[in-house]
Design a binder for this molecule. Structure first.
Ligand SMILES: [Zn+2]
Ligand SMILES: [Zn+2]
Length: 356
């Protein structure tokens, strides 16, 4: 085998490393194993070529835009016009050369349209009554965009191993004495743990919290990606590569595995000594998930530089909302005054809230 060549994984395109013990080539990323023959096979070449061809076709069908103000990068299909930023409402410019974007393999489509999204937002906002009146202005509510966000969805088979010190403590009293008996155990657990649909956003910015906040997506709604799904929507550009998410995803597997293995024991105190979650094989799918983004600009009375923009995200499949509602200082003052002066006058207070 020619060692000067870097062989690539047929499942994920990660770099392969030769393993002396098994005489197999192992993917450093997804842990798939291949024989030399697997890789020399012309079928393998064809498969790699086909993936490259599909990516090239995808790139040819989309345009990339960049916001002149906040720098947000989005892609859209050629027939979908993008003029202002979904995030900060400033103009966007077309980027000459698309960089690094490749075809998603899965997508969940939008389950409801803009009007229904608006109605859901309004129901949500009305429940929180410390919101400025102009929150409800149709102008603000119009600033709502359907944006597909990039996620990685990971399945993995692991061989998980855990050792710990377990302690059971028993106390009792006899006469004037109090006795404590501590029994210490060496605890060891090992098992095959399969993880399914670990969903991680491929975004490194402050939007990450927002995206994690609207999870989960119903995985049964997964479809193979096709261009028509993008029509009329923007898609946020992936700004973090799969390799950089590996530690985050592995960290989650470790913590789920530890919880699961701990649950098989029954001690008063359990202290982990060692945890090893070895990935046997894993599968990563680059996916687009539907998000309605609503932004609301709270204007400062005297200084427009102090205007504040609030952003909400709504899961485009389940309607789950994440975001911080703007608080009206005026209404808060009124409310606290109300609480002091009108304590006890419940009927009046109800009328007061209803009026707002
Ligand atoms: Zn791989
Ligand atoms: Zn922007």
């Amino acid at each position: 085998m020619d060692t000067s060549v870097t062989y690539r994984c047929l499942n994920c395109n990660g770099a392969l490393v030769f393993d002396e013990d098994t005489q197999l080539l192992v993917c450093g990323f997804c842990q798939s194993k291949f024989t030399e023959k697997d890789l020399e096979d012309s079928e393998a070449d064809k498969k790699a070529d086909k993936i490259e061809e599909e990516n090239a076709k995808f790139r040819a069908e989309i345009l990339e835009y960049r916001c002149t103000s906040c720098g947000a990068e989005v892609i859209a299909d050629k027939n979908t016009a993008a003029s202002t930023c979904y995030f900060c409402h400033n103009p966007v410019v077309l980027v000459d050369k698309l960089s690094g974007e490749f075809k998603p393999s899965k997508i969940i489509s939008f389950k409801f349209d803009k009007d229904e999204a608006k109605a859901t937002f309004l129901r949500f906002a009305k429940k929180k009554w410390f919101v400025p009146k102009d929150y409800f202005s149709s102008d603000q509510i119009d600033k709502i965009s359907g944006v597909y966000y990039p996620f990685w969805v990971t399945d993995a088979d692991t061989d998980s191993e855990f050792s710990a010190i377990g302690k059971n403590v028993r106390t009792w009293r006899a006469g004037d004495y109090r006795y404590t008996e501590t029994t210490t155990y060496d605890v060891y657990r090992r098992g095959d743990i399969h993880f399914e649909d670990i969903t991680t956003s491929a975004i490194s910015t402050e939007e990450k919290d927002m995206l994690e906040g609207i999870l989960p997506y119903p995985i049964e709604d997964y479809q193979d990606f096709a261009m028509p799904y993008l029509q009329g929507y923007l898609a946020k550009k992936r700004d973090i590569d799969r390799d950089l998410l590996y530690d985050e995803v592995k960290g989650r597997m470790d913590s789920y595995a530890e919880t699961l293995l701990k649950r098989t024991t029954n001690y008063n105190i359990l202290t982990t000594r060692h945890l090893d979650v070895a990935i046997i094989k894993s599968h990563w799918e680059y996916s687009l998930m539907p998000v309605w983004i609503l932004t609301y600009k709270k204007k400062h009375k005297h200084d427009s530089k102090k205007d504040k923009t609030y952003v909400y995200a709504m899961n485009g499949s389940t309607g789950k909302i994440y975001g911080e509602l703007p608080v009206s200082a005026f209404k808060l003052t009124l409310a606290s005054l109300g609480a002091c002066l009108l304590a006890g006058l419940a009927a009046f207070l109800v009328g007061f809230i209803g009026f707002m």
